[in-house]
Design a protein around this ligand. Structure first.
Ligand code: UD1
Length: 359
């Protein structure tokens, strides 16, 4: 069986690594080809993750780079179609909800090549998010849907997806986290940034709906400025956010700002923080396992289990709400978490066993 594995943007790398390692245990049965679309291309948005995760160099690099949604999606489709026609895989496996995920799934489906989607069924029910459109469309055209949490089962059932396409396997992002925790502990990022354990809050922001709009950004920053009077904010800044903050003249001076960090450094920084403020999806999941309180600066989440069982609170983007939650969490001694079902480090093994049985 020839499988093309697609990665493109930062969170894809952590999700694909455990799947690729599991596939490599069956060299006689599965021949994997790793395709990198090049949606993310900076060293610290891509190469650093290949190094930390021990991922091999991609077999095929499409080098599409940035662009509007239509440009980026179209460029990926055009180049990926040529890859499919030349390599004739039995299956294309995509992860997550980025533009590369949808573009490659759609290209394969149109050529009648089977598609597997890992992290299927998540819904924020907010169609202004590009990721929500990517999730809905990718799921609609995939043949095999691998699910991370119970909400995904319900969402797909409501959309009329048949049970025999759905496989509740757990979370490959958590496979990676558990596999890399020991290595992350050796990171020297705290001393490099002159930080003490629990003496800082970690901040990430990159969602278009937060950072592309000046007034939304200003409202969030007003809250963050107040928080930074009580605790040091450490802010590894996404290039999109940096560009926008510079354009708006809003780059904060009293936060500890760094370039985007590699996987081990970021995991370590997260695991030692007093709490995390973020609009990322994956970080809501990682903090749940690390038992670090997470304040999600969005009005919704597609990962409700992290709030039901984990350490996540959806605080929204209103200044007063962000502030009051941050003050509460500053005083908190310990956060309880229940590990969501099957977030046990073996999701990739389940996925590969299912693929071996299916095909
Ligand atoms: C993308 C995903 C988002 C994911 C995020 C993780 C989509 C629609 N969005 O958002 O779901 O959470 O990745 O980081 O797929 N840029 C660089 N260097 C890079 C990559 C991007 O400078 O290596 C800058 C460019 O100015 C680019 C902008 O960031 O235009 C946005 O990049 P893009 O890939 O379009 O979306 P992200 O915001 O990274």
């Amino acid at each position: 069986m020839k499988i093309i594995l697609v990665v493109g943007a930062r969170p894809n790398f952590m999700k694909m690594a455990p799947i690729l390692y599991e596939i490599k245990k069956y060299p006689d049965r599965i021949h994997p080809l790793l395709v990198h679309t090049g949606q993310h291309y900076d060293k610290n948005m891509s190469d650093l993750f290949f190094d930390d995760l021990g991922l091999p160099k991609p077999d095929i690099f499409l080098g599409v780079g940035s662009g509007s949604h239509a440009q980026q999606t179209a460029k990926i489709m055009e180049k990926f179609e040529a890859v499919l026609l030349e390599n004739k895989p039995d299956l294309v496996l995509v992860v997550g909800d980025v533009n590369s995920t949808l573009a490659c799934a759609l290209t394969a489906a149109k050529l009648h090549i089977k598609v597997a989607h890992v992290e299927a069924g998540l819904r924020s029910f907010d169609r202004r998010m590009p990721e929500e459109i990517n999730r809905l469309l990718t799921d609609a055209i995939s043949d095999y849907l691998f699910l991370t949490e119970a909400s995904a089962v319900k969402n797909l059932e409501k959309e009329g997806v048949s049970q025999d396409k759905m496989f509740f396997v757990g979370n490959v992002m958590i496979d990676s986290l558990l596999q890399n925790l020991d290595k992350a502990k050796q990171s020297t990022i705290l001393s490099q940034l002159q930080l003490e354990k629990q003496s800082y809050a970690l901040l990430t922001l990159h969602r278009a709906e937060n950072v592309d709009n000046r007034s939304a950004m200003q409202e969030i920053l007003d809250a963050l400025m107040e928080i930074s009077k009580k605790i040091q904010l450490v802010f590894p800044i996404h290039p999109r956010t940096k560009n926008k903050l510079e354009e708006f003249g809003l780059l904060p001076k009293n936060f500890k700002i760094t370039d985007p960090l590699g996987y081990w450094d970021f995991l370590h920084l997260m695991s030692q923080a007093k709490f995390v403020l973020t609009d990322s999806g994956g970080i809501q999941e990682e903090t749940t396992i690390l038992q670090i309180p997470c304040l999600t600066l969005r009005e919704n989440t597609e990962r409700p289990v992290t709030a039901e069982k984990g350490t996540n609170t959806i605080v929204g983007t209103n200044k007063e709400k962000i502030l009051s939650h941050a003050l509460e969490v500053l005083e908190r001694k310990k956060s309880q978490t229940q590990i969501p079902d099957l977030w046990d480090g073996h999701a990739a093994r389940r996925i590969v066993e299912i693929l071996l049985n299916l095909i």
